[in-house]
Design a protein around this ligand. Structure first.
Ligand SMILES: Nc1ncnc2c1ncn2[C@@H]1O[C@H](COP(=O)(O)OP(=O)(O)OP(=O)(O)O)[C@@H](O)[C@H]1O
Ligand SMILES: [Mg+2]
Length: 262
Protein backbone atom coordinates (compact mmCIF):
# COMPACT_ATOMS: atom_id res chain seq x y z
CA UNK A 1 0.00 0.00 0.00
CA UNK A 2 1.29 3.46 -0.81
CA UNK A 3 1.61 6.05 1.94
CA UNK A 4 -1.18 8.61 2.18
CA UNK A 5 -0.38 12.14 1.02
CA UNK A 6 -0.75 13.43 4.56
CA UNK A 7 -0.10 11.13 7.49
CA UNK A 8 -0.62 12.52 10.99
CA UNK A 9 0.32 10.07 13.73
CA UNK A 10 -0.30 10.55 17.43
CA UNK A 11 0.39 14.25 17.25
CA UNK A 12 0.32 16.34 20.41
CA UNK A 13 0.84 20.10 20.50
CA UNK A 14 0.73 22.16 23.66
CA UNK A 15 1.15 25.80 24.60
CA UNK A 16 2.55 27.38 27.70
CA UNK A 17 -0.09 29.78 28.97
CA UNK A 18 0.88 32.30 31.64
CA UNK A 19 -0.83 31.54 34.93
CA UNK A 20 -2.43 28.38 33.56
CA UNK A 21 0.52 26.12 32.83
CA UNK A 22 0.58 23.98 29.72
CA UNK A 23 -2.51 23.66 27.62
CA UNK A 24 -2.72 20.63 25.35
CA UNK A 25 -4.35 22.09 22.24
CA UNK A 26 -3.96 18.96 20.08
CA UNK A 27 -3.95 15.65 21.89
CA UNK A 28 -2.72 12.41 20.31
CA UNK A 29 -4.32 13.07 16.93
CA UNK A 30 -4.06 10.48 14.17
CA UNK A 31 -5.49 11.31 10.75
CA UNK A 32 -4.60 10.63 7.15
CA UNK A 33 -5.63 12.15 3.88
CA UNK A 34 -5.07 10.89 0.35
CA UNK A 35 -5.11 12.61 -3.03
CA UNK A 36 -8.58 13.27 -4.32
CA UNK A 37 -10.05 13.31 -0.81
CA UNK A 38 -11.86 16.08 1.01
CA UNK A 39 -11.79 15.90 4.79
CA UNK A 40 -13.91 18.24 6.90
CA UNK A 41 -12.62 19.13 10.36
CA UNK A 42 -15.25 20.41 12.76
CA UNK A 43 -15.50 21.21 16.44
CA UNK A 44 -16.21 24.06 18.80
CA UNK A 45 -14.15 27.22 19.00
CA UNK A 46 -10.86 26.59 20.80
CA UNK A 47 -10.87 22.80 20.27
CA UNK A 48 -7.55 22.87 18.40
CA UNK A 49 -8.44 22.95 14.69
CA UNK A 50 -6.18 25.86 13.72
CA UNK A 51 -3.35 24.51 15.86
CA UNK A 52 -3.51 21.21 14.00
CA UNK A 53 -3.65 23.01 10.64
CA UNK A 54 -0.63 25.14 11.53
CA UNK A 55 1.36 22.12 12.60
CA UNK A 56 0.63 20.43 9.26
CA UNK A 57 2.23 23.48 7.59
CA UNK A 58 5.23 23.25 9.92
CA UNK A 59 4.28 26.44 11.71
CA UNK A 60 3.70 24.90 15.13
CA UNK A 61 6.15 22.67 16.97
CA UNK A 62 4.92 19.12 17.39
CA UNK A 63 5.61 17.89 20.91
CA UNK A 64 5.20 14.22 20.16
CA UNK A 65 4.06 12.11 17.23
CA UNK A 66 4.82 12.78 13.58
CA UNK A 67 3.41 14.48 10.52
CA UNK A 68 4.54 13.35 7.12
CA UNK A 69 3.59 14.87 3.81
CA UNK A 70 4.43 13.15 0.53
CA UNK A 71 6.53 10.73 2.55
CA UNK A 72 8.65 13.43 4.24
CA UNK A 73 8.57 14.66 7.80
CA UNK A 74 7.19 18.14 8.37
CA UNK A 75 9.43 19.69 11.01
CA UNK A 76 9.29 23.04 12.65
CA UNK A 77 10.48 25.72 10.27
CA UNK A 78 12.58 28.73 11.09
CA UNK A 79 11.03 32.15 10.52
CA UNK A 80 11.02 33.20 6.88
CA UNK A 81 12.16 29.81 5.66
CA UNK A 82 9.88 27.48 3.83
CA UNK A 83 11.36 24.40 2.23
CA UNK A 84 10.36 23.95 -1.39
CA UNK A 85 8.38 20.78 -0.75
CA UNK A 86 6.11 22.59 1.68
CA UNK A 87 4.95 25.01 -1.02
CA UNK A 88 2.81 22.04 -2.05
CA UNK A 89 0.79 22.70 1.11
CA UNK A 90 -1.22 25.88 0.77
CA UNK A 91 -3.26 27.18 3.64
CA UNK A 92 -5.96 29.82 3.56
CA UNK A 93 -5.75 31.31 7.04
CA UNK A 94 -8.62 32.23 9.28
CA UNK A 95 -7.47 35.85 9.18
CA UNK A 96 -6.68 37.02 5.64
CA UNK A 97 -5.31 40.34 6.98
CA UNK A 98 -2.33 38.45 8.28
CA UNK A 99 -1.61 36.46 5.15
CA UNK A 100 -1.70 39.16 2.45
CA UNK A 101 1.13 41.62 2.04
CA UNK A 102 -0.37 45.12 2.46
CA UNK A 103 2.28 46.74 0.25
CA UNK A 104 1.79 44.68 -2.88
CA UNK A 105 -1.03 44.55 -5.39
CA UNK A 106 -3.19 41.50 -5.27
CA UNK A 107 -2.24 40.71 -8.89
CA UNK A 108 1.42 40.41 -7.97
CA UNK A 109 0.59 38.25 -4.95
CA UNK A 110 -1.46 35.85 -7.03
CA UNK A 111 1.39 35.78 -9.55
CA UNK A 112 3.70 34.60 -6.77
CA UNK A 113 1.41 31.61 -6.42
CA UNK A 114 1.50 30.95 -10.16
CA UNK A 115 5.29 31.04 -10.15
CA UNK A 116 5.33 28.29 -7.53
CA UNK A 117 2.89 26.14 -9.51
CA UNK A 118 4.52 23.00 -10.94
CA UNK A 119 2.03 23.26 -13.83
CA UNK A 120 2.21 27.04 -14.38
CA UNK A 121 -0.05 27.05 -17.44
CA UNK A 122 -3.07 25.88 -15.46
CA UNK A 123 -4.15 29.39 -14.52
CA UNK A 124 -3.92 33.08 -15.23
CA UNK A 125 -4.45 35.80 -12.63
CA UNK A 126 -7.56 36.98 -14.50
CA UNK A 127 -8.94 33.44 -14.70
CA UNK A 128 -8.50 32.95 -10.96
CA UNK A 129 -10.21 36.26 -10.18
CA UNK A 130 -13.14 35.13 -12.32
CA UNK A 131 -13.33 31.86 -10.38
CA UNK A 132 -13.56 33.62 -7.02
CA UNK A 133 -15.95 36.22 -8.46
CA UNK A 134 -13.73 39.26 -8.15
CA UNK A 135 -13.54 41.91 -10.82
CA UNK A 136 -10.50 41.66 -13.09
CA UNK A 137 -9.73 45.31 -12.34
CA UNK A 138 -8.79 44.09 -8.83
CA UNK A 139 -5.38 43.07 -10.19
CA UNK A 140 -3.84 46.52 -9.64
CA UNK A 141 -5.41 47.16 -6.24
CA UNK A 142 -4.01 46.65 -2.73
CA UNK A 143 -5.39 44.44 0.07
CA UNK A 144 -6.73 47.36 2.16
CA UNK A 145 -9.03 48.32 -0.70
CA UNK A 146 -11.04 45.13 -0.26
CA UNK A 147 -13.60 43.92 2.24
CA UNK A 148 -12.83 41.01 4.57
CA UNK A 149 -14.78 38.56 2.41
CA UNK A 150 -13.07 39.79 -0.75
CA UNK A 151 -9.67 39.43 0.89
CA UNK A 152 -10.59 35.91 1.86
CA UNK A 153 -11.34 35.14 -1.78
CA UNK A 154 -8.02 36.70 -2.84
CA UNK A 155 -6.24 34.41 -0.37
CA UNK A 156 -8.11 31.42 -1.85
CA UNK A 157 -7.13 32.47 -5.39
CA UNK A 158 -3.49 32.81 -4.37
CA UNK A 159 -3.47 29.40 -2.66
CA UNK A 160 -5.04 27.72 -5.68
CA UNK A 161 -2.62 29.53 -8.02
CA UNK A 162 0.26 27.64 -6.44
CA UNK A 163 -1.22 24.30 -7.56
CA UNK A 164 -0.91 22.70 -4.11
CA UNK A 165 -1.09 18.97 -3.45
CA UNK A 166 -2.84 19.81 -0.19
CA UNK A 167 -5.11 22.79 0.23
CA UNK A 168 -6.10 23.69 3.78
CA UNK A 169 -8.96 26.09 4.34
CA UNK A 170 -9.14 27.27 7.95
CA UNK A 171 -12.54 28.94 8.20
CA UNK A 172 -11.79 30.11 4.68
CA UNK A 173 -15.40 30.96 3.95
CA UNK A 174 -16.43 32.31 7.35
CA UNK A 175 -16.48 35.95 6.31
CA UNK A 176 -18.46 35.42 3.11
CA UNK A 177 -22.17 35.98 2.53
CA UNK A 178 -24.28 32.88 2.99
CA UNK A 179 -24.98 32.82 -0.75
CA UNK A 180 -21.29 32.80 -1.57
CA UNK A 181 -20.17 30.38 1.17
CA UNK A 182 -21.38 27.16 -0.39
CA UNK A 183 -20.28 28.33 -3.82
CA UNK A 184 -16.70 29.11 -2.78
CA UNK A 185 -16.53 25.91 -0.71
CA UNK A 186 -17.61 23.89 -3.75
CA UNK A 187 -15.07 25.77 -5.84
CA UNK A 188 -12.29 24.80 -3.42
CA UNK A 189 -13.40 21.19 -3.67
CA UNK A 190 -13.61 21.27 -7.45
CA UNK A 191 -10.23 22.94 -7.95
CA UNK A 192 -8.52 20.64 -5.47
CA UNK A 193 -9.94 17.51 -7.02
CA UNK A 194 -9.30 18.59 -10.60
CA UNK A 195 -5.60 18.63 -9.85
CA UNK A 196 -5.77 15.37 -7.86
CA UNK A 197 -4.96 17.24 -4.68
CA UNK A 198 -6.49 16.87 -1.22
CA UNK A 199 -8.57 19.40 0.69
CA UNK A 200 -8.68 19.78 4.46
CA UNK A 201 -11.67 21.96 5.09
CA UNK A 202 -11.98 23.43 8.58
CA UNK A 203 -15.28 25.08 9.35
CA UNK A 204 -17.78 25.93 12.01
CA UNK A 205 -20.42 25.56 9.34
CA UNK A 206 -21.52 21.97 9.54
CA UNK A 207 -24.03 22.38 6.73
CA UNK A 208 -21.28 23.37 4.27
CA UNK A 209 -18.99 20.57 5.49
CA UNK A 210 -21.87 18.15 4.93
CA UNK A 211 -22.08 19.25 1.31
CA UNK A 212 -18.45 19.39 0.28
CA UNK A 213 -16.56 16.85 2.39
CA UNK A 214 -16.30 13.10 1.83
CA UNK A 215 -15.23 12.36 5.38
CA UNK A 216 -15.50 14.41 8.52
CA UNK A 217 -13.37 14.42 11.65
CA UNK A 218 -14.93 15.76 14.82
CA UNK A 219 -12.59 17.38 17.34
CA UNK A 220 -13.31 18.09 20.99
CA UNK A 221 -10.73 19.58 23.37
CA UNK A 222 -7.82 18.58 21.19
CA UNK A 223 -9.02 15.02 20.60
CA UNK A 224 -10.54 13.55 17.42
CA UNK A 225 -13.62 11.91 18.91
CA UNK A 226 -15.08 10.56 15.69
CA UNK A 227 -14.20 10.24 12.03
CA UNK A 228 -16.10 8.75 9.13
CA UNK A 229 -17.99 9.38 5.91
CA UNK A 230 -20.18 12.47 6.34
CA UNK A 231 -23.47 10.67 5.75
CA UNK A 232 -22.61 8.06 8.37
CA UNK A 233 -21.50 10.59 10.98
CA UNK A 234 -24.56 12.77 10.38
CA UNK A 235 -27.11 10.02 10.47
CA UNK A 236 -25.61 7.72 13.07
CA UNK A 237 -23.10 9.62 15.19
CA UNK A 238 -21.17 7.28 17.45
CA UNK A 239 -20.03 9.88 19.90
CA UNK A 240 -22.08 11.89 22.35
CA UNK A 241 -20.16 15.08 21.57
CA UNK A 242 -20.84 14.69 17.83
CA UNK A 243 -24.52 14.26 18.59
CA UNK A 244 -24.56 17.47 20.59
CA UNK A 245 -22.73 19.34 17.87
CA UNK A 246 -25.15 18.11 15.22
CA UNK A 247 -28.22 18.79 17.29
CA UNK A 248 -27.17 22.42 17.46
CA UNK A 249 -27.82 22.76 13.71
CA UNK A 250 -31.35 23.94 12.99
CA UNK A 251 -33.49 20.98 12.03
CA UNK A 252 -34.11 20.75 8.33
CA UNK A 253 -36.00 17.51 8.05
CA UNK A 254 -37.65 17.71 11.45
CA UNK A 255 -35.20 15.20 12.93
CA UNK A 256 -32.30 17.57 13.35
CA UNK A 257 -30.69 15.96 10.33
CA UNK A 258 -29.84 17.61 7.08
CA UNK A 259 -30.98 16.27 3.74
CA UNK A 260 -28.35 14.79 1.44
CA UNK A 261 -27.86 18.10 -0.38
CA UNK A 262 -28.35 21.58 0.95
N1 LIG B 1 -0.12 30.80 20.38
C1 LIG B 1 -0.85 30.32 21.37
N2 LIG B 1 -0.43 30.41 22.68
C2 LIG B 1 -1.15 29.90 23.68
N3 LIG B 1 -2.32 29.26 23.53
C3 LIG B 1 -2.81 29.14 22.27
C4 LIG B 1 -2.11 29.68 21.13
N4 LIG B 1 -2.83 29.41 20.01
C5 LIG B 1 -3.93 28.75 20.43
N5 LIG B 1 -3.93 28.59 21.77
C6 LIG B 1 -4.94 27.88 22.56
O1 LIG B 1 -5.07 26.57 22.03
C7 LIG B 1 -6.43 26.17 21.99
C8 LIG B 1 -6.78 25.78 20.57
O2 LIG B 1 -6.77 26.94 19.76
P1 LIG B 1 -7.07 26.87 18.20
O3 LIG B 1 -6.80 28.22 17.64
O4 LIG B 1 -6.35 25.72 17.61
O5 LIG B 1 -8.65 26.56 18.21
P2 LIG B 1 -9.70 26.46 17.00
O6 LIG B 1 -10.36 25.13 17.10
O7 LIG B 1 -9.04 26.82 15.73
O8 LIG B 1 -10.77 27.59 17.42
P3 LIG B 1 -11.63 28.58 16.48
O9 LIG B 1 -12.75 27.74 15.94
O10 LIG B 1 -12.12 29.62 17.43
O11 LIG B 1 -10.74 29.13 15.42
C9 LIG B 1 -7.23 27.33 22.56
O12 LIG B 1 -7.52 27.06 23.89
C10 LIG B 1 -6.30 28.51 22.43
O13 LIG B 1 -6.54 29.44 23.47
MG1 LIG C 1 -9.25 28.37 14.41
Amino acid sequence: MTDPLLDIRNVTVSYRQPGVGRLTAVNDVTLSLGRGEVLGLVGESGCGKSTLARSICGLEPVESGSISFNGRQVGRLGFGRRPRELVAIQMVFQNPFASLNPRRTIGSQIEDGLRANPRPDTWTVAGLLDEVELDRSSIARYPHEFSGGQRQRIAIARAIAAGPDLLIGDEAIASLDASLQAKIARLMRKLALESDAALLFISHDLAVVRVIADDVAVMNRGVIVEKGPVAQVWNAPQNEYTERLLSAIPAVDGLGRLPATV
